[in-house]
Design a protein around this ligand. Structure first.
Ligand code: NAP
Length: 334
């Protein structure tokens, strides 16, 4: 039986996610309903994507008995409220990253998932690309020996997008861009908490972070460094340096389609989208969707690849980076 998806919000990433679902077999994945704050937006989205039900409120989607799992694609200051709404209605949830604005909010979401006994995953899509799977396999086999250093970057000029600039829209480059580098470091070092973390950067006049360099020190003299920016294009690759070699992920490291292991490159092409996409390699969200399906079929409440503790570590480190750079959201003051 197909996994029946409800789509929460009719914005840019919801569009790409729904296109990505169409690259998977229809007998496995179906978008059955969409909800937006305005009914007309949901109706337009449903026409474009051939989805049978359109709702003008998220509450109606939460009540739909035909929905197995809700994909939450609204902006992050509203993730907490949406997650609680759907999970209290006993819906499984795949929520866009960042799961929420700070550790306090993420803990509330994780508690709710446990209390309601539903599946919940932060949509860190990068982790489910075949390239990332291959990286984890190579590391487990110690193909490059002991990892000593990780470097990565995510920078694109996005200051024309209010969502990256305005605080009340969840602005700031860490939660939108830098988190991809951070999650990469956390994945490679297997969820280990760093011994120390240092962030230096510049902020916009709106009080959110624009360009930041973060260095992390782990046990056994292992290091990581990453740079993120919402104002400039960076090389956008990643490299893992081990005692016996290197693994390189060429641009774009957050949605990778090639891998260079000790100089030898392999390509991992994505399927073509049926409609134009808003974001690079958007059809790559198919892999996280399939992960959700497999977890649901197994009766799991979290994914072992992007677990609740992975989300918690990520947001705790993000809070610390923001603290050092001096970014305070209204949600931090509640
Ligand atoms: N995985 C990825 O690669 C990726 C890429 C981009 C973004 N994202 C994440 O996806 C989320 C959405 O990003 P997006 O670029 O798709 O954003 P967007 O198109 O600007 O907005 C998405 C939706 O959020 C709701 N929304 C927008 N402004 C709002 C406001 N002021 N108050 C309440 N709700 C509002 C709207 O929902 P309605 O349609 O219901 O009105 C809108 O359609 C963000 O959390 C972002 O971090 C992930």
């Amino acid at each position: 039986m197909a996994t029946r998806w409800g789509i929460c919000s009719a914005g840019k990433i919801s569009h790409d996610f729904t296109v990505a679902l169409k690259t998977l077999p229809a007998e496995d994945h179906q978008a059955v309903a969409v909800a937006a704050r305005k009914l007309e937006d949901a109706q337009e989205f449903s026409r474009k994507h051939n989805i049978s039900k359109a709702y003008g409120s998220y509450e109606e989607l939460a009540r739909d008995p035909d929905v197995d799992v809700v994909y939450i694609g609204n902006i992050h200051p509203h993730h907490l409220k949406a997650c609680l709404l759907f999970m209290n209605a006993k819906k499984n949830v795949l929520c866009e990253k960042p799961l929420a604005m700070n550790t306090k909010e993420v803990k509330e979401i994780l508690d709710s998932a446990k209390r309601n006994q539903v599946f919940l995953m932060e949509a860190v899509w990068t982790r489910f690309f075949p390239v990332s799977e291959e990286v984890r396999k190579l590391l487990a086999q110690r193909e490059i020996g002991e990892v000593k250093m990780i470097r990565s970057e995510f920078g694109i000029p996005l200051l024309h997008r209010p969502r990256l600039v305005e605080k009340e829209l969840g602005g700031g480059a860490l939660l939108s861009l830098g988190m991809y580098c951070l999650q990469f470091v956390c994945m490679v070092y297997n969820g280990e908490r760093p011994e120390s973390i240092q962030a230096t950067g510049v902020c916009l006049d709106t009080g959110v972070d624009e360009t930041v360099i973060v260095t992390l020190k782990f046990s056994e003299k292992r290091m990581a460094v990453f740079t993120y920016s919402s104002s400039m294009k960076l090389p956008n690759d990643a490299i893992i340096v081990g005692t016996k070699g290197t693994i390189q992920i060429p641009s774009w490291m957050w949605c990778p389609t090639s891998l260079i292991v000790n100089g030898k490159e392999t390509q991992y092409p994505l399927p073509e989208p049926c409609l134009p996409l808003n974001f690079h390699n958007g059809t790559g969200m198919r892999y996280e969707a399939e992960e959700v399906r497999q977890c649901l079929l197994k009766g799991l409440k979290e994914s072992p690849v992007m677990s609740h503790s992975d989300s918690l570590l990520l947001i705790e480190l993000e809070d610390e980076i923001r603290r050092q750079v001096g970014v305070v959201y209204s949600q931090d003051c509640l």
